[in-house]
Design a protein around this ligand. Structure first.
Ligand code: PA5
Length: 426
């Protein structure tokens, strides 16, 4: 399903090139659960677990929400929102008649953003889906308190309680305790799955299902992908990507730019940045994950990529098949000089531009990894998620870090809670 093309990177490889033996060892360690952070590798079997467990209940809950609400406020931050946002933007970039407006909130502290949300919400009927594994993260907790107040004032306490769904820890935490006490519908973030690896749990699936995405298909495809990517060979696309990026990093390429020609891919790139940034940026090492949107950013970041310091490489995600087709019309007199393109498909022009950009960047000293996916649909999304998650685990182990913790995220929280005067904060 996923193809990795390293031909645009191979001329930059040094010595024996990517170290597949190290990736093979990393795969063995990951699969046997003997590596660092091995209490957080439940994502490897998450699609099977969810298919055998909560999936039907998630679909049923989404159906209820779709029937009674025109908007869903999804409250969450980091791994508790980026996967769902990536999926909704990628697979449902525009709303159709009857779709539920999925509004992501609680991922910042801006009062102006809150006002924008209130305007967007207007007098629509709405539900709230609050997602927090710990249940204590300040941004979503504050947003939840405020939007819950709005829900209660609109519907009264009893009806509001029926319109709240919590996705949180199975056993503990403030959100868990509130949900149990109030009787809200509840789904679980498994103990052994960290936030950034949780998109194939209720964390990602419930908002996706409310958006009208076929989550049963996503999960069925993810199960197949995990099987396919268990291949222990340099033919495995996840091996190729993990080995190439670690090799490039060790040879001075410390920034990876993820690029796509699809504007709807923007939040998938945000999800990817969290996945790789939080997993690998620690102990003083790690590739810095950045992203650009082509062709738009060729007119802004293009200069730097082509001509700036040579510590970059780019990974370009291409969808092989377009969903929509537009042909360039012929115009009598050729006033804008574009008749040489008349009759050509816009998608073909985009792919020609991509080939031209690839060659220019390679010539400019930027290695290119190209990842191809058949289509921008449920199967394509599942394949990308599984591929990037597995490659992340492999790449992290090859680099020597624990890819499944995030100790650095605590530093700002400690300062913030002390400065805000939280009881007990030092
Ligand atoms: O990947 C992670 O663990 C983080 O990004 C968390 O998802 C994020 O900090 C939100 O945490 P929580 O779900 O506990 O509110």
């Amino acid at each position: 399903m996923i193809k990795v093309d390293l031909s645009g990177a191979s001329s930059f490889f040094k010595g024996n090139g990517p170290d597949y033996a190290a990736v093979a060892e990393a795969h063995r360690t990951l699969a046997e659960g003997t590596g660092k952070g091995n209490d957080f590798i439940g994502w490897l079997t998450l699609p099977q677990t969810i298919a055998a467990g909560e999936l039907k209940q998630i679909v049923a809950c989404a159906k209820k929400i779709r029937a009674r609400s025109q908007a869903l406020l999804v409250v969450g931050i980091g791994g508790s929102y980026l996967g769902a946002r990536a999926a909704v933007d990628l697979l449902r970039p525009t709303m159709k008649e009857g779709d539920v407006d999925i509004i992501f909130v609680g991922n910042g502290l801006s009062p102006d953003a809150m006002m924008d949300t209130l305007h967007r919400l207007g007098d629509k009927d709405f539900d709230i889906c609050v997602i927090s594994k710990s249940g204590t993260t300040l941004e979503p907790a504050l947003a939840f308190r405020m939007y819950k107040g709005l829900l209660v004032s609109k519907y009264g306490a009893a009806e509001a309680g029926k319109r709240i769904t919590a996705v949180t820890d199975a056993h503990r935490g403030v959100l868990h305790d509130m949900a149990v006490k109030e009787g809200w519908e509840m789904f679980v973030v498994p103990d052994d799955v960290g936030g950034r690896f949780s998109v194939l749990s209720a964390v990602g699936l419930l908002p996706m299902a409310v958006a009208g995405i076929d989550v049963e298909k996503v999960i069925a495809c993810a199960i197949d992908e995990f099987k396919a990517m268990d291949l222990r060979s340099p033919e495995n696309p996840a091996w190729q990507y993990a080995a190439a990026r670690q090799h490039l990093y060790r040879n001075g390429k410390s920034i990876e730019i993820l690029a796509s020609y699809e504007p709807s891919f923007r939040f998938f790139a945000e999800w990817w940045k969290q996945l790789y940034g939080e997993s690998e940026g620690k102990d003083g090492i790690g590739i810095y994950p950045a992203s650009v949107e082509f062709t738009a950013d060729l007119h802004s970041m293009g200069q730097y990529i082509q001509d700036g310091p040579r510590f970059l490489y780019e990974t370009v995600v291409m969808f092989e098949e377009d969903i929509n087709h537009f042909e360039v019309p012929h115009e009598v007199g050729d006033p804008d000089g574009l008749n040489y393109l008349a009759g050509r498909q816009l998608g073909d022009i985009m792919r020609t531009a991509a080939a031209a950009v690839k060659q220019a960047h390679i010539d400019g000293g930027v290695p290119n990894i190209t990842i191809s996916v058949p289509k921008r649909d449920e199967a394509g999304f599942a394949a990308l998620v599984v591929f990037f998650e597995l490659a992340c685990g492999l790449s992290g182990y090859v680099s020597g870090v624990n890819p499944f913790d995030q100790p650095g995220v605590e530093a700002y929280k400690k300062n913030m809670f002390r400065m805000l005067g939280k009881p007990g904060a030092k």
